[in-house]
Design a binder for this molecule. Structure first.
Ligand SMILES: [Zn+2]
Length: 246
């Protein structure tokens, strides 16, 4: 397929996924992100984001190169852009969900303490996974739900981090991994609660529209969700049952 055809196709499927999720959650879309299909030969400077969103160009470029190396799709909020590096329909759903959430709530990350920022990122991944699942993505949680990293003691978390860094990964990879492990794990529990009828779409809608602006509101929200849907030491009979059935 020619680059332009592929680009058009990827863009159309992102917008379609956003429309579908917005309809489902009764959300009005204010704006759509730019979508880039990044083929092998495409360079960052070819994308024109650097001129359109000048203040964030350098930050986005570093992000871009990092993700490109690993072919990990992402949504960059400041540049209002989605980058897709390989043919991966699953990526379209999740990045569409991220864009819908962040463009709507336009949440601020400024002035957040570390814990609040980390929790905010977890809430973001909850929405990415949950949104994708709601519109029929076959996205699987690649993290074993029994290995809840938040259950580790501070000492064993430090030990775990050290062994992780020994594999040649960075501190920010570690945090990113943690954020996804928690976000996906919680999203999976929330999704099953929804399928069982324990929570309504309205509950999920609020996850997409709340901005968590108050001090520590993200960390409080994360802990509340965690207590309710993925409590320590009581892991998800629902997930086991659903997996057995699948
Ligand atoms: Zn994500």
């Amino acid at each position: 397929m020619r680059w332009q055809d592929r680009q058009d196709k990827v863009e159309a499927s992102v917008y379609e996924a956003m429309n579908e999720l917005a309809d489902l959650l009764s959300i009005k879309i204010r704006d759509y992100p730019l979508v880039y299909w990044v083929g092998r030969k495409v360079q960052f400077k070819d994308l024109f984001t650097s001129t359109r969103y000048m203040p964030f160009a350098e930050q986005n470029r570093v992000y871009f190169e990092h993700h490109r190396r690993q072919k990990i799709p992402y949504y960059h909020h400041e540049a209002r852009s989605i980058y897709i590096f390989k043919d991966m329909p699953i990526a379209v759903y999740e990045e569409a969900a991220h864009a819908l959430h962040l463009m709507l709530a336009n949440p601020s990350v400024k002035g957040r303490g570390n814990r609040d920022r980390l929790s905010f990122d977890i809430l973001m991944e909850i929405n990415g996974f949950l949104g994708a699942r709601l519109i029929g993505s076959p996205l699987e949680n690649p993290y074993n739900p029994h290995a809840d990293w938040a259950q580790l003691t501070p000492e064993s978390l430090v030990k775990f981090e050290k062994s992780y860094l020994k594999l040649g990964r960075t501190k920010s990879d570690f945090l990113d991994h943690f954020v996804h492990q928690q976000g996906y794990g919680l999203a999976e529990c929330i999704h099953f609660a929804h399928l069982k009828g324990d929570i309504k779409l309205e509950f999920i809608r609020r996850l997409f529209t709340d901005r968590w602006l108050e001090k520590n509101s993200a960390v409080n929200k994360y802990l509340r969700l965690k207590r309710r849907f993925w409590p320590i030491d009581k892991i998800t009979e629902d997930i086991k049952a659903a997996r057995a059935k699948a």
